[in-house]
Design a protein around this ligand. Structure first.
Ligand SMILES: NC(=O)c1ccc[n+]([C@@H]2O[C@H](COP(=O)([O-])OP(=O)(O)OC[C@H]3O[C@@H](n4cnc5c(N)ncnc54)[C@H](OP(=O)(O)O)[C@@H]3O)[C@@H](O)[C@H]2O)c1
Length: 273
């Protein structure tokens, strides 16, 4: 937990997965969910000016990758243009902005990407998030961009919990085996964000260490996962084949296997209670 800092900390997207995890790291933060529509420029500017924050985390996003293909205008508005509005309002308020981004800004045709690699997205979601990054960088605020990938955490409806549920009701659970990335344990990511705030302006990669396929991760969770090629699954958005985010600027996070052990322990404790 971070001791009450001078000035207000604002978390946008506070009802989402990362927003909730971050609220535990900053217990005194002002929490804002979708009651503030991020595409309403006047409302965003008024909310940020009203709170006069010293630090803003933008965890709000349109995160359904396939739905972004169906609603590209909404994706560009929420993920692309709204972060620019937030950043401009932060510049006016003298606040630091931490904008959360994604490995999907990369095409995924190599084994890993550093913070300095230029985005080359292959989906509407990726393009919208890359635009959001660009808008944040050019708005004149004190900014940090944190790219992360494949979030999982206790009590969430995420890939990990979906695998565990499916495993109970299906004899075999088909899982894509030819898309690799890095998984990221939400409580650990949230706990590392104050370090990013203290770091210089720039782009950072924070994930658990070690690339793994959806299947490899599922296999560590359930006994009845079966590997299938991505080409067999009908999904509207293209996904990167390998979008591992290489962290060359910050202390590394733990290997994903250690984080997964913590996750399983915490899920099992919830069941026992
Ligand atoms: N989940 C992942 O695996 C993953 C991987 C890489 C990067 N990321 C990035 O990490 C960040 C947090 O992701 P998450 O998984 O925590 O997201 P999430 O659970 O989907 O939460 C998104 C939040 O944004 C809010 N929101 C959506 N549209 C909005 C709008 N138009 N105006 C205002 N608020 C809006 C949502 O509110 P409602 O739910 O009420 O609409 C929710 O509070 C995002 O930037 C995402 O791109 C996520």
């Amino acid at each position: 937990m971070v001791a009450a800092p001078e000035g207000t900390v604002l978390i946008l997207g506070a009802t989402g997965r990362l927003g909730r995890a971050l609220a535990r790291v900053y217990p005194g933060a002002a929490l804002i969910g979708h009651e503030l529509e991020l595409t309403d420029e006047a409302a965003v500017r008024a909310a940020i000016a009203g709170h006069a924050p010293r630090l803003v985390f933008n965890c709000a996003a349109f995160t359904d990758v396939d739905a972004c293909e169906d609603e590209p205008e909404r994706a560009m508005a929420v993920n692309g243009h709204a972060p620019g509005t937030v950043a401009a309002a932060c510049a006016d308020a003298g606040a630091t902005l931490v904008q959360i981004s994604t490995d999907y800004v990369f095409a995924g045709d190599r084994n890993g990407y550093t913070e300095a690699d230029p985005p080359d997205p292959v989906s509407t979601y990726g393009r919208s998030k890359a635009l959001g990054e660009a808008r944040v960088r050019s708005a004149g605020a004190d900014w940090r961009i944190v790219r992360t990938s494949r979030l999982f955490g206790p009590g969430e409806n995420d890939f990990a919990s979906q695998m565990r549920t499916r495993s109970l009701v299906k004899p075999v659970v088909p899982v894509i085996a030819d898309e690799w990335s890095r998984f990221t344990y939400l409580p650990e990511l949230a706990a590392r964000l104050p370090e990013v705030v203290a770091a210089p302006r720039g782009t950072y990669h924070l994930t658990n260490e070690g690339a793994v396929s959806w299947y490899g991760f599922a296999r560590a969770l359930i006994p009845n996962a079966a590997p299938v090629p991505a080409a067999q699954c009908r999904r509207r958005a293209l996904r990167p084949r390998c979008s591992a985010l290489l962290n060359t600027r910050l202390r590394p996070m733990r290997p994903w296997q250690e984080a997964l052990s913590d996750y399983l322990r915490s899920e099992d404790e919830q069941v026992i209670r």
